[in-house]
Each structure stands twice: as structure tokens, then as C-alpha cells.
Design a protein. Structure first.
Length: 190
């Protein structure tokens, strides 16, 4: 009788063991929320992430992509930051457009969730946005090229010229696809 009970318990353990792991595996969006940040800071297209013991977060996307919150935002294929409660510090691989300039996002901070605000440090300024912009992970349009290595030695003018040339071709593609949709998707014969 004892051997029967032990084998029954063992069989039950074998059946339930995989379930405990499937429920404990969290998404990056769950991780952000558990650390006092909104789930929509990162796009839906995140394929994996790593979080080291020292708080270094590496997020891997399907490829470089562009989305829009209040302004356009570009995510490189790898985004890195130091994750602490309520902040992503030392962000690498994330830039945002401000009045035709593309500026690297350095830090993202939620000081007081009750304020309903999130702060983006873009180096030359701090931008406050409503937390409601970041409630849901956005869809992110895939882009062809990763970011050039931005460093203080790379003049901001050159960096922005690169980004604006990249996005002018993206805008042209978006505008032409919108025109095709308006005329029933037909291309003119050439």
C-alpha cells in the first residue's frame, strides 16, 4: 500500500511539475510592472531578455524598430539598462525624436506613480509624459538598420543627419503604402 501511495504522489508530481514552470515564466512586460514601471515601455516585439543579479537588463527584439508614443521612438535590436525599482538607468539602444532631432534616452524614471507621470532624461532636457501613454506595449514597425554607435565623439549633427535620412525613406514608404491603400492597393503599370 505504501509503494502505491509513493508512486501515486510521484506521478502527480511529474504531471504538475511542468505547470509550475509555465506559470512562473514572466514576460518583460510583467517584469517592468513588478519593478514599478509601466508595461508599455517596451514593444510587443521583445523576443527575450536577461536580468543579471546586479540589475543589468538586456532586452532582445526581433530587430530594430520604430513606434510612437507622443513622439516617434526607435528601439535598437538590443536595448540595455540598469533596472531598479521605478527606473531604467544608463539606457542604451533607445532614442526618441524631439522637433526633428533624434536624442538618445539616457534614463527613464517613475518617481511617484500617483503623479501619473514618467520622466525621460534625453541628455539636454528632461521630458515628462503621462503614464497612460505606456500602459500597453505598442506594436513596433521593423526597420532595416541598427543604430550607429552613438558616443560623445560623434557629433550630434551627424547622428541626426543619419537618423533623419533613415526616417525620410521610412516616411516615403509609409506614404506610398497609404496611397496604395486609398486606391485599392493597385500599383500603376510602368
Amino acid at each position: 500500500m505504501t509503494a502505491y501511495n509513493i508512486s501515486s504522489i510521484f506521478s502527480l508530481f511529474i504531471l504538475l511539475f511542468p505547470l509550475s514552470f509555465s506559470y512562473s515564466k514572466s514576460t518583460i512586460h510583467d517584469l517592468l510592472v513588478s519593478r514599478g514601471l509601466p508595461a508599455g515601455l517596451l514593444p510587443k516585439e521583445v523576443k527575450s531578455y536577461t536580468l543579471s543579479d546586479d540589475g543589468t537588463l538586456e532586452v532582445f527584439l526581433d530587430g530594430p524598430c520604430l513606434t510612437k508614443y507622443e513622439n516617434r521612438v526607435f528601439f535598437d535590436s538590443v536595448v540595455m539598462a540598469n533596472l531598479t525599482y521605478g527606473s531604467l538607468g544608463g539606457v542604451v539602444g533607445l532614442i526618441q525624436e524631439e522637433l526633428f532631432l533624434w536624442l538618445p534616452v539616457k534614463d527613464i524614471i517613475v518617481d511617484d506613480p500617483n503623479s501619473g507621470l514618467i520622466l525621460f532624461d534625453i541628455g539636454v532636457a528632461h521630458k515628462q509624459f503621462s503614464l497612460s501613454l505606456f500602459e500597453e506595449p505598442p506594436a513596433c514597425k521593423r526597420q532595416g538598420k541598427p543604430l550607429p554607435e552613438y558616443s560623445p565623439s560623434l557629433p550630434l549633427v551627424m547622428f541626426n543627419a543619419y537618423m533623419n535620412s533613415e526616417w525620410s525613406s521610412v516616411r516615403n514608404v509609409e506614404e506610398s503604402s497609404e496611397k496604395r491603400e486609398r486606391v485599392g492597393g493597385c500599383e500603376p503599370v510602368r
